[in-house]
Design a protein around this ligand. Sequence first.
Ligand SMILES: Cc1ncc(COP(=O)(O)O)c(C=O)c1O
Length: 392
Amino acid sequence: MQEELKQLEQKSQLRSLHETTILENGWILRDGKKMLNLASNDYLGLSERFNKTNVTELIEEEEPISSSLRFGSTASRLIVGNDPIYREFETQFASFKGTEDCLVFSSGYMANVGVISSIIGRKDVVFSDRLNHASIIDGIILSRAENKRYRHRDVEHLEYLLKKVDLNQKKLIVTDSIFSMDGSVAPLKQLVELKNKYGAMLMVDEAHSGGIYGMKGQGLVHALGLTDEVDILMGTFSKAYGCYGAYIAGDSILIQYLMNKARSFIFTTALPPINIAAIKQNWCRVKSENWRQKLLLEKSAWFKQQLQSRGFNIGESESQIIPLIVGDNKKTMEFSTLLQEKGVAAVAIRPPTVPEDTARIRFTIMSSHQDEDLKKVIEYIDEVGECLKVKK
Ligand SMILES: Cc1ncc(COP(=O)(O)O)c(C=O)c1O
């Protein structure tokens, strides 16, 4: 282990933990230093609500949801852990997503791993975008299905791979909707066409689009009118919803199947009921305060335009996730350190999280970021980029 850690250090890939306290308007304390947070997934600033008061007060202040706001769910859902709040919430949430049913998982990681490994097996084939999230990749490994990775967003390559597979084999196409390290958007309409043409199932991970896109934050699939075409819709409550947990939405048979087969649902203690209550509160804001989504998208467009006009490489970002691609690991670490010294929490993302030679700073915008703070950040990025000769 020591040897491997040393090797990671030599490649500038060694990771460590930094103590972080969430403040307000996108500010944090990181290792005791106040920084503007450009690294979180709390896109709508909804996790900041929980700073103001303790969670029970916050929930009681609004319409009562359930009498059992417990932290311990005491068992898995299938044993005696199924508080009434779960099914009540799942039914309402399914109707919001426009699907027959929905099932809460403890995290997005567990949802992806549990679903993929239960719906496909050794004799099946899965087609996965090369830049899909690690939880999708781990689900595929656990499923033991044949894994065919297609080039990022390349539908021609996907079709080429689909053509080579026996028509009768069970097939799953799986994609992030917005790619977590690139901010690029999946070609969902074309994926639907291909899934229909080749008789495959389609699964879309809406971790980074849920809560943000669509009239009321239902997600990108809903916004594009594709809900009925996507077999398995996955999303999290850990990002735009500012909480924790995840869901799978789809038809009733799928949900019944997962309750019986998904091991990461069956063999784990249910999320605390109070967590579901908190999700419900933030969900109300996702639906009714759409100024948050509007601000987020406006601020993200401005930030991207500022970086591009200064000659930085932001890849194919079309969302609130904005990579500044540096390439070299060491230089990326330096970039991040210099920005942190100036009070900007900008985190370096290195291989193996991203492909070799594409190390980057992954900026994420929050609707609660103040314009003057973002302007300062752009000035700092410009200075550091100039100094490290990172511009194109
Ligand atoms: C695309 C994608 N899917 C799934 C997950 C996992 O979600 P969670 O953090 O809730 O486990 C993430 C988290 O980073 C993600 O980016």
